[in-house]
Design a protein around this ligand. Structure first.
Ligand SMILES: [Zn+2]
Length: 318
């Protein structure tokens, strides 16, 4: 059995796990990030990876790391990351030097896709998509058994295809009505606020408005609250639009939904299924399975380690 270190680098903390080649995480170490300067983040990664390496023992195949941003897989350079404010940051090369081991770096959402595809609900498929519905929408595609990277490493940035350019919410990227602005967890909250004038006595708005979470809305919708149900319905319409677009872009066998909102499970699948089918035209209706991701927050670490087991992410045909 092979072992690798899978690292999930986020904007607030970094987690390193000892991952075996059956996709299970044996031990995890985590460190909060208080300073996002490149050198400080490298120090934090070296610390948690050092702890994981000590647990893993001698035979470690390598280190895989998923980072937010546009990542050049051959060198592991972060070409652009708005989360960290980095440009052309030589993360892979720096870590390789500091750790004295081979380090593979990929985009965090692509790593999660690879993890979910290899060991989660995507196992056994060849054409797969993962959408993580959280603060934003992270995504990735596998086509013909291979993670799609794209010409300039941007394939899978589905969160920023516009679905409501005329009337949608403003996206963090500056465009209007991006899939992420409409259908992430944050999007659900925005749908609830947009409907607030129609529900002046809504219990959702009783508490401090700043504390309204997607979880609260989802639970209220499942309990039958009128305001929450209306927000959920508008949210589901936008989610279904994006899902049907993805079906026409890459025709996956399965689209897995992950992230906090997807814990609604069947309630969410029921809300989108008919509309996705109605919007699916040139692909046989109902042939793409929409399911709930299985690996949760572990997908990034497992996928990062999977990069190591696969010998890195290939940008050209073998
Ligand atoms: Zn956007």
């Amino acid at each position: 059995m092979q072992t690798a270190i899978g690292v999930d680098l986020g904007g607030s903390h970094v987690t390193a796990g000892v991952v075996t080649d059956d996709g299970s995480i044996k031990v995890q170490h985590e460190l909060d990030l208080t300073d996002l300067a490149f050198d400080k983040v490298v120090d934090a990664v070296v610390t948690v990876v050092g702890q994981a390496l000590a647990d893993a023992g001698k035979d470690v195949a390598g280190i895989g790391l998923g980072s937010p941003g546009n990542v050049e897989p051959e060198t592991g350079a972060i070409l652009y990351s708005p989360n960290f404010g980095w440009k052309d940051a030589p993360l892979g090369a720096t870590l390789k030097k500091r750790l004295g081991r081979h380090v593979f770096v990929g985009n965090d959402a692509r790593c999660a896709t690879l993890g979910e595809y290899t060991f989660g609900i995507g196992k056994g498929t060849q054409d797969f998509a993962l959408l993580t519905l959280g603060t934003g929408i992270g995504g990735g595609f596998v086509a013909g058994g291979r993670l799609v990277i794209g010409y300039k490493f941007g394939a899978g940035e589905v969160g920023h295809h516009q679905i409501r350019p005329e009337s949608g919410f403003v996206c963090g990227c500056g465009k209007i009505g991006c899939f992420e602005a409409q259908a992430s967890g944050t999007g659900l909250i925005r749908h609830a606020f947009a409907l607030a004038p129609s529900f002046p006595r809504s219990v959702l708005l009783d508490a401090s408005r700043g504390k309204l979470s997607s979880k609260k809305i989802r639970k209220a919708a499942q309990a039958g609250d009128g305001h929450a149900l209306a927000a959920w319905k508008n949210y589901a319409i936008d989610l279904a639009t994006g899902l049907s677009n993805i079906i026409s872009f890459v025709n996956p066998e399965m689209i897995a939904l992950g992230g906090g909102v997807a814990s609604a499970g069947q309630f969410m699948l029921d809300a989108v299924k008919d509309r996705v089918d109605a919007l699916t035209t040139m692909v046989p209706k109902g042939t793409t399975t929409i399911g709930i991701a299985k690996l949760g927050n572990d997908a990034g670490q497992v996928g990062a380690a999977t990069m190591v087991f696969r010998g890195g992410l290939k940008t050209s045909a073998p």
